[in-house]
Design a protein around this ligand. Structure first.
Ligand SMILES: C[S@@+](CC[C@H](N)C(=O)[O-])C[C@H]1O[C@@H](n2cnc3c(N)ncnc32)[C@H](O)[C@@H]1O
Length: 211
């Protein structure tokens, strides 16, 4: 059970992230290609899904992954949620397909369109969700169908403390803790570590199923 102090901590973190994206949403699409690597590659690597799958992207940002998911899985019912009004606003402008549903919400704080999904995508979102990975991981497990896939691409860590600190200032956790927790709780069918900028940081692409 989530304690009251944990909820208020998550709410405070969410407020800070939303504030951060007030400034960053307008420049997000023209800047993030230079460091959020592997997003399209991950979606290409997702195995075939059942007919008319339900797909959820947690932290969908400006909606670029949702558009690509729709191209990959044309018959899918796709939902993107994000806690930032500014990022969801951008997604609404970027997306013209009616079968992609958008909702402004902090993951875990309200009701989703479906109880469970055939695919849940988190693309550079886990490391921005604050420190409560264990709650997030159990929530994901509850929201994933028995044969569903969890696909994640995210920062792992960096050998440079100045860089880790700088990323913390930008609300990104560079401890790499999320990876071990997913490893404990899911069967990783595909996991690949990649270096960015000659090892300034590394990031992970992974696809997994429930244990
Ligand atoms: C780095 S952006 C990634 C956006 C998009 N997934 C992409 O790959 O471009 C992280 C997004 O996650 C959202 N986010 C962070 N924590 C969240 C939470 N607990 N619930 C919903 N969205 C969250 C942020 O508002 C932000 O839009």
């Amino acid at each position: 059970m989530t304690k009251v102090s944990e909820i208020s901590c998550a709410e405070d973190h969410a407020k800070n992230v939303a504030q951060y994206y007030r400034l960053h949403a307008p420049i997000y699409d023209v800047t993030r290609w230079s460091f959020l690597f592997g997003r399209k590659t991950l979606i290409d690597q997702i195995p075939s899904l059942t007919a008319q799958p339900n797909i959820l992207e947690v932290g969908c940002g400006t909606g670029k992954n949702l558009i690509y998911l729709k191209q990959r899985f044309p018959d899918a019912d796709i939902t993107g949620i994000d806690l930032s009004t500014d990022m969801i606003g951008k997604a609404q402008k970027n997306i013209t397909t009616p079968s992609i549903n958008l909702k402004k919400m902090r993951y875990g704080s309200g009701k989703l369109k479906e109880e469970t999904y055939d695919l849940i995508l988190l693309s550079y979102t886990l490391t921005m969700m604050g420190a409560e990975y264990s709650h997030i991981v159990s929530r994901i497990k509850n929201n994933l169908n028995a044969n569903g896939y969890l696909a994640v691409v995210d920062f792992h860590t960096s050998p440079f403390s100045w860089f880790r600190k700088w990323m913390n200032v930008n609300h990104v956790d560079f401890s790499g803790d999320w990876y071990s927790l997913l490893e404990e709780n899911f069967s990783l069918t595909h996991a690949k570590f990649e270096n960015a900028y000659f090892g300034l940081w590394n990031y992970v692409l992974l696809i997994s199923t429930k244990k």
